[in-house]
Design a protein around this ligand. Sequence first.
Ligand code: AMP
Ligand code: MG
Length: 490
Amino acid sequence: MTVHFPFQNSYSALPDSFFARVAPTPVAAPRLIKLNRPLAVQLGLEPDMLETPEGAAILAGKTVPAGADPIAMAYAGHQFGQFVPQLGDGRAILLGEVIDRDGIRRDIQLKGSGPTPFSRRGDGRAALGPVLREYIVSEAMYALGIPTTRSLAAVVTGEHVIRETALPGAVLTRIASSHIRVGTFQFFAVRRDTDAIRRLADHVIIRHYPELRDVQRPYQALLAGVVARQADLVARWLLVGFIHGVMNTDNSSISGETIDYGPCAFMDAYNPSQVFSSIDEMGRYAYANQPRIALWNLTRLAECLLPLFSDEQEKAVAEAQDILGAFSDQFSAAYQAGLRKKVGLFTERDGDEALIQDLLDAMAKNQADFTLTFRKLGDAAVDDSADARAQFIEPAAFDEWAGRWRTRIALEPQTAAERQSAMHAVNPMFVPRNHRVEAVIQAAVNDDNYAPFEELVKVLAKPFDDQPDYAAYADPPLPDQRVLRTFCGT
Ligand code: AMP
Ligand code: MG
C-alpha cells in the first residue's frame, strides 16, 4: 500500500521564473501529532493512510509522494511598508495541487520543510509553537466561517531548530485555494516583466475568478474582484476581533483567504488600537487599521496591473483609482451589516450606525470583552442582561445603552427567542484566546503533552455552540494570564 495523492498540478507548469524546483529536506524522526481527518477526506486523500509511518514521512517532507512536483514559489513584498524585491517561499514547499470534493483546486504545501533558494539567512524550518498556533487559529477561522487557508497536519521532525533557544522542529501541511499573493505580482512588476504579469493574471482568473474569463476588460475586473473579496475579508476579521498582525503585501492573498498566521491574535477587551505583534512597533497593523492597510496593499496590486489595463499610463491610473475607490463602501457595507446582525437588528433604520458605535465606544471605555459582550447581548435579548453588563467596568454604561437598544428592537416583529438565536449564530462563544493558545503550546513544547491542544481544537470547531462542559474556554484571561505580545516565531 502506498499513500496516494491525486495531484493535478498547474502552477509548476507556469514559466520557470515563477518558482524554484526544490525538494523538501529529509528530517530525522517524523512523528505525526495531528491529522485533520475531515479535511483529508474533503481533499480526496485517505486519512488512514496518512496516519501510517509512510504518511507521516510525507507530511514531514522526508518522502516525496508520487505525482508531486515540489516547488518554492517566487514573490516579493512590502514588509511594514518597505519593499523587498525578492522574498519567496523560504521555508515552504508546494508539493502540488489536488481538486477537492467541491471541485476546487487546493494547494498542498509543507511549511517548515527545509531551505529553498529563497531562504536568505533563514534555516527553512519552523518551530513547534508557531505550527500549533497556525493549526489552531486557521481551523478556528474556518469554523467561524471566515475565508482562510487550512491546516491538514502537524508533524514533529525529531530535530531541533535554533531560535532564541533550541526548540522542537515541526512541519505544518497548509492547504490554500492558492498561495498567490499581492507580492507574487510585485515580483514581476519590479522586474518589468509584463508578460509574466499577464500569465499570472490569467492563471488567477481561471483559478479564482472564472466568471471573469469572458468579460470585456478581464484585468480591471480581476482587480475589482480582489478588492471586493479583501473588503469582505477584513470586515469579517473586525467582526470577530481578529488582528492579523503582519499584513505585509506578501501575506495578502489574491483569493481573499486569510493567510500567514504569524503573530495574529484575537483581542479580549475591545480596543480599536490593539496591537499584539512584538515586531509591529508603530502599530501599523493595529486592529482598526486593518481596512486601511488592506486598501494600501490593494493599491500596490493595482500598480502591478497598470500595464495590463492600457498603454496610456494616465488612462490606466484613472481606471485603477476608480476600482480602488469601491473598497471603502464595500468594506463599510459588509462591516455595518455584520454589526447590525451582531446586535440583533433584522432591519435597517436611521440611527442604527450611531447606536452601534455608541456600544463600541462604551465597550472601549469599559474594557469590555469583545467576544463575550456580543455573545451575552444575545441573552440580553431575552431579558437576561446580567452577563452582558458584567463585561463593563461600569455596568451603568451598558444599562444606559441597552435602554436605547430595547426601544430600537421593539420596533421589529421578531420574538426575543428568535433574536437570541440569530445573534448566537453570528456571535461566537469561543475564539482562540491568546492565553489558551499559549498554554497549549507550553504543554506541547515543554511536556510533549498534546491533550490540551486536542481539546482546544475540538472546542473551537463549534464556536457558536454553548458547550457547557467547556465553558471555561470562553473566559477572558485572568490578569496574570494575559498575553500581551505575540511573536512571528520564524
Ligand atoms: P513571513 O514573515 O512568515 O511572512 O515570512 C517573510 C519571508 O521570510 C518569507 O519569504 C519567508 O519564506 C521567509 N522566512 C520566514 N521564516 C523563515 C525561515 N525560518 N527560513 C527561511 N525563510 C524564512
Ligand atoms: Mg509570509
